[in-house]
Design a protein around this ligand. Structure first.
Ligand code: HSE
Length: 285
């Protein structure tokens, strides 16, 4: 029997759609696997009632099939599904790492990222690896078709999750199909600024580098209370705030010491819109 914990993650960071990701310290999914003749899945914890047990429809089941590693899989969800905090990725990542150990497959972390991304495809329709990469490698990650880079950054983060559900599949439908050259230039400038900020552990650069006029505005429209919460975060000292992954969570970057104020301001903003929400503070994990 093998048990593995994989944390919540935040993908995109505004300017890095399907490319950037960061790992949190918590919340996390905990997955336990045991050898079996056929794969079966039991899910408990936050939002488990919304997650299919059918191995063909569950990220963990798809991972078991990709590794040819049948198992009894128990998933204790700490990351709420449809949150924008990499819920399906946490389960897929933990399952890939656990089955690799259980069956002695000896796959590298980078190979496990590809396997876990196949599990993601079962949920969102696309095998994007920008959540599973930080869930497995930790830190700040940059995903390209030919591999993954990871950086041990130390940047304070706040994620606020409103009591709204948005599926990744739906949020991908609003992504524009093309962009202008002006938007591309601005986005590349932001992404490069953010990357420099991660290498320098500079929250100002990271916050500025999250600016994005392409995907974020379309997705923000799906999140009731988004504008008010982002404005509140900035007023409380956040260096930047954006949609976390496909939403509805909002990710803010802060200086150390400002996390509590930023979290409180965003919670208050959602409350003013009549929406319950909860906050997670973390340094990139
Ligand atoms: N990059 C993906 C998206 C992440 O934004 O659709 C989903 O969690």
């Amino acid at each position: 029997m093998v048990t593995v914990r994989a944390p919540a993650t935040s993908a995109n960071l505004g300017s890095g759609f399907d490319v950037f990701g960061v790992a949190f310290d918590r919340p996390a999914d905990v997955v336990t696997v045991e050898r079996a003749r056929e794969t079966s899945i039991e899910v408990t914890g936050v939002g488990s009632e919304y997650i299919p047990n059918d191995p063909e429809k569950n990220t963990a089941g798809v991972v078991a099939s990709a590794l040819d590693a049948p198992a009894s899989i128990s998933i204790d969800k700490g990351v709420r599904p449809s949150s924008g905090l990499g819920s399906s990725a946490a389960s897929a990542a933990a399952t890939a790492v656990a089955l690799n150990e259980l069956y002695g497959r000896n796959l590298s972390d980078h190979e496990l990222v590809q396997v876990a991304a196949e599990g993601e495809a079962a949920v969102s329709g696309t095998a994007h690896a920008d959540n599973v990469a930080p869930a497995i490698l930790g830190g700040f990650t940059v995903v390209r078709e030919d591999g993954v880079e990871s950086v041990d950054a130390s940047i304070p983060l706040v994620a606020v999750l409103p009591d709204i559900v948005i599926s990744t599949r739906d949020a991908r439908h609003v992504v524009p199909e093309s962009i202008t050259i002006e938007d591309m230039v601005r986005t590349v400038g932001s992404a490069a600024t953010l990357t420099a900020g991660m290498y320098r552990d500079d929250p100002d650069l990271v916050g500025r580098g999250m600016e994005d006029d392409v995907v974020t505005p379309a997705r923000a429209d799906l999140i009731q209370g988004y504008d008010r919460a982002v404005e509140a975060a900035r007023e409380a000292g956040a260096t930047g705030a954006t949609v976390s992954g496909a939403g509805p969570a909002i990710l803010a970057v802060t200086h150390s010491g400002d996390q509590r104020d930023v979290a409180a301001a965003m919670l208050d903003a959602f409350e003013a819109d009549g929406i319950d929400s909860r906050a997670f503070t973390s340094t990139i994990g």
